[in-house]
Write a protein that binds this ligand. Structure first.
Ligand code: AMP
Length: 182
């Protein structure tokens, strides 16, 4: 977990190689669906381009398919899911059904000014349609309203590790590796 621009995707793709686990990024999966113009893609685009969350029913469907994949049976890194309390519940039910469990929930933190300047830089580099200053601000608000409460949930169930997201990519990676005891 962490606000847009904090480096979740960057860290998850480094950790995927380090731990040799699949990286399941819901943002990436949805962007692929959009590129392929599937029915999930068409619906999702309407929400993503406004900086809003895609409906929970679509997300759990995608997650179920990926968690059942033979490549995910030794573990996986979930990036961008769950993102609200309903998704926490949906995921818990699915994990029970699949007889899987969460080992650790990582929350990466950084201040808002730093995040906005990182996202403006990413827009220049990748041209992501939702990295526009108005949409960035909307996505930050959605994060603080909907995603921040799930941090408390993972704290209560003793799975939460908080990581300072400021510093170089390598420094943040080392902090994460240190708290993960696989
Ligand atoms: P991300 O690449 O993780 O920043 O996700 C980009 C966008 O995809 C988000 O702003 C949402 O519109 C959508 N999205 C990704 N993951 C989820 C999720 N778990 N629930 C709802 N919408 C999501």
């Amino acid at each position: 977990m962490g606000p847009p621009g904090v480096g979740k995707g960057t860290q998850a793709s480094i950790l995927k190689d380090y731990f040799n686990l699949p990286h399941l990024s819901t943002g990436e999966i949805l962007r692929k669906e959009i590129a392929l113009n599937t029915s999930i893609g068409k619906t999702s685009k309407k929400y993503i381009d406004k900086g809003l969350f895609v409906p929970d029913e679509i997300l759990i469907e995608i997650i179920e398919e990926h968690l059942k994949d033979p490549n995910a049976q030794q573990g996986y890194i979930l990036d961008g899911y769950p993102r609200n309390l309903q998704q926490v519940d949906d995921l818990d039910n699915l994990l029970k059904k699949l007889n899987q469990n969460i080992n650790v929930a990582i929350s990466i933190t950084a201040d808002k000014e730093e995040l906005i300047s990182r996202l403006i830089k990413r827009k220049k580099e990748t041209g992501r349609s939702d990295d526009d200053s108005k949409i960035i601000s909307k996505r930050q608000d959605v994060y603080w309203n909907q995603t921040a409460p799930i941090i408390d949930h993972y704290k209560k169930v003793n799975l939460l590790k908080e990581i300072n997201g400021l510093g170089s990519i390598e420094e943040v990676t080392q902090r994460i590796i240190k708290v993960i005891n696989l």
